[in-house]
Design a protein around this ligand. Structure first.
Ligand code: NAP
Ligand code: PAF
Length: 303
């Protein structure tokens, strides 16, 4: 397949390595005007893959069968909009990010839109991407044109397993969103690893109750108890993790709060529901972000 990966950070580089290893014709799409994308990934087993892949080639983009978008949620809509005029009508666009709400920011697409979530864990240290946990990826249709696109899951599964296709991906994304609504702001506020949240039971329960209520109004039937069970499992299985939001806050970068608790707030407002615990955590994280740059040691927004 001809593939363009938009956003060559931690997750993007995992996919660039995995897809090129399978013999796919891949390129990276970068913000900077460069024709080469340097990729350096250390696998969970400690093996290093260093590649120089093509980048920003407009002919490659125009012939791509898949645009794999591995940007932070707030970067997605502007970056995808800018490339849309150059994509062929049957180029599938796969959005792989934490949170929800980017689909609503995009115009009506002619291309198949695929949405996904992933539990891989990778982070950048200097110029290398450390792939620390080989997780799973769930993808599914984000518009009617993508309903027949399940073969893409098989292609991706061969490159970086396990990838599974879910016809009702939005319901599944809401469940993953609940874990992010709990773990991300709480770890950022308490400046702690995921496992330490086990002592914050009341807040965890309150968030799960609110998300279950909003999900229900959205038409995704769930039980508060099953969300709570799922979130507790994620906390236990990622006990030593520094969540992506805590990493962002520590580095004084914008977090994805607008697409996590912020998305719950927007959907709650649409249904005239009150979600005070999500609002409180959202406000606390926003306050942290607003304090960036208020001292001399403020870090840049970039790594
Ligand atoms: P990341 O390392 O920040 O990667 C995003 C990359 O996109 C950065 O290299 C960024 O460059 C680049 N970029 C920003 N705007 C761009 C544009 N307009 N055009 C082209 N490139 C652009 O983020 P990530 O960790 O890979 O995460 C991506 C998404 O996956 C997030 O939603 C995250 O929550 C989710 N996720 C990540 C992991 C993980 O383990 N990393 C796991 C699960 C889910 P600059 O840095 O120069 O801005
Ligand atoms: O954003 C993150 O850090 C991860 O999605 C999760 C599941 C909360 C684990 O740290």
């Amino acid at each position: 397949m001809k593939i363009t990966v938009l956003g060559c950070g931690a997750l993007g580089q995992l996919w660039l390595v995995a897809l090129s290893r399978q013999g796919h014709s891949v390129q990276g799409w970068l913000q900077v005007p460069q024709s080469v994308c340097a990729v350096d990934v250390i696998s969970p087993q400690g093996q290093e893959s260093r590649l120089q892949l093509p980048a920003n080639n407009t002919a490659h983009l125009a012939a791509s069968d898949l645009l794999l978008v591995t940007l932070k949620a707030r970067q997605v809509s502007a970056a995808v909009r800018a490339l849309l005029p150059q994509l062929q009508a049957d180029c599938a666009i796969l959005l792989l990010h934490n949170g929800l709400g980017t689909r609503e920011e995009l115009p009506v697409l002619v291309q198949p839109l695929i949405m996904g979530t992933t539990t891989h864990a990778a982070h950048r240290e200097e110029d290398k991407i450390h792939h620390v946990y080989a997780g799973t990826t769930r993808i599914g249709p984000g518009n009617s044109q993508a309903q027949q696109a399940s073969a893409i899951a098989q292609v991706l599964n061969q490159a970086l397993p396990e990838v599974t296709w879910h016809n009702n991906i939005t319901a599944s994304s809401w469940v993953k969103l609940t874990a992010n609504c709990v773990i991300n702001p709480l770890t950022a506020i308490y400046d702690c690893c995921n496992g330490e949240l086990e002592s914050h039971v009341a807040e965890i329960e309150a968030i799960c109750r609110e998300v279950a209520m909003v999900m229900d109004r959205e038409g995704y039937h769930t039980h508060y108890e099953s969300l709570l069970f799922y979130v507790s499992q994620v906390i236990r299985s990622t006990t030593d993790n520094i969540s992506s939001m805590l990493q962002d806050v520590r580095a004084q970068r914008h977090s994805e709060i607008d697409y996590i608790n912020g998305y719950v707030l927007r959907r709650a407002r649409a249904h005239r529901l009150s979600v005070p615990e999500n609002q409180r955590l959202f406000d606390l994280v926003k306050r942290k972000e607003e304090s960036y740059g208020q001292n001399d040691s403020a870090l840049s927004d970039r790594w």
